[in-house]
Write a protein that binds this ligand. Sequence first.
Ligand code: GLN
Length: 496
Amino acid sequence: MSELTHLTIDEALTGLKNKDFTAVELTQAHISAVENARTLNAFIVETPEIALKQAKESDKRYAAGEARPLDGIPFANKDLFCTDGVQTTAASKILEGFVPRYESTVSQNLFNDGAVMLGKANLDQFAMGSSNTSSAYGNVVNPWKRSDGSNAELVPGGSSGGSAAAVAARITMGATATDTGGSIRQPAAFCGIAGIKPTYGRCSRWGIVAFASSLDTPGPLARTVKDNALLLASMAGHDPKDSTSANRDVPDFASAMTGDVKGLKIGIPKEFKLDGMPEEIEKLWEQGIAWLKEAGAEIVDISLPHTKYALPTYYIIAPAEASSNLARYDGVRYGHRSSEGANLDEMYSKTRAEGFGDEVKRRVMIGAYVLSAGYYDAYYIKAQKVRRLILQDFEKAYETCDAILTPTAPSAAFAIGENEDDPIKMYLNDVFTVTANLAGIPAISVPAGLDAQGLPLGLQIIGKAWDEEMVFRVGGVIEEAAQFSAMPKGLTQKAA
Ligand code: GLN
């Protein structure tokens, strides 16, 4: 039955409709795959009983001819999405034992459409990181290995590392994820899968543990662009419980994938050509340009002049919002409470010292600093102004192009432990992705090639606000041209 785990969501839905297999069989195949891949540490909690119960309900609906859009499709739920009756930790010790009594809107939307939850996926603590090495529940291991035989364990990217590793290892068909500065796209690129960060406001943030509220964007991870379209269509939609969720119709994203980019104008931002960018990344980008040209698109040079300020701007705004959002973890309302402390203030600070990991503490301190009297204007207000300029760069660029093509990340997956000595080095991972978060616009990462070590590399397509359809359309053409079929070693090729 293991070939079931190699199907795409699209193929599995056809198989279920044709009664080639049942939702229970599909789910059981994935539960076994999850059990056999525990060395990846992709899940914090596995929920096989929930999955089987949901799959049985799906089978009943298939039998009654009442199947829903994602009936019987197994997914991994990033452990940042609150799940009714299932522990939700944000990969932090401070939330250990926290069992919400409510369901995040996005996971509820997936359940309403018949999707089946395999478990809660590991992540960087509070979604802060690019390597999934900041989880209190241990590192996630990328299923890909370098071809040099060194067998070094590589990071899956972050913060949605468990979600991405699980999709790449064929132990789930799709996953929920969130992208605040790149946490859907960079892990997608590192794991050889696809992932879209939609427009801010497209998916509700209600019931998702907050990191930086003006940047946090829920979205899917899956192996194909079309599977992303199917998942996003279910996850998205207006939610009165989130005041930043947009009251807009959700288009049929999959039908936007026409395979045709003739006459479209694709912008290439000169500021993304970084000094010292690895040659392989540059070559991949050129290849992407060539594919789109061959498919009939017109390539135009564009300028996004404030790109060089994007990382410093992000690393002021995101920690500022984080320090405010994380003030609620006081040992009283949720999770862990220190048993020491002579008085209330001491209990607060001991709880937070014990509960938060180093990266979280670093962000809380940076955030408190940039928001403090005297520095607020110099850092926080300044960063907000630069954020506006970055958005205006995109608005101007879109006067001359329909979408923008860039690499997703400045490198392939690195080894666990690398880049740990210097937080700034780690922050550089986000150089190509943060601008889309600061501007609130949609962007997808599509697997497009391999580096000299046989590791996957991704190309990013950035669109206009609310124009995910264009992103899917161009992403589909890149996917078709790239014919990315490589898989992590040890995974057998899908049966014909
Ligand atoms: N790597 C970025 C950070 O650490 C982005 C994280 C994210 O998108 N959640 O902030």
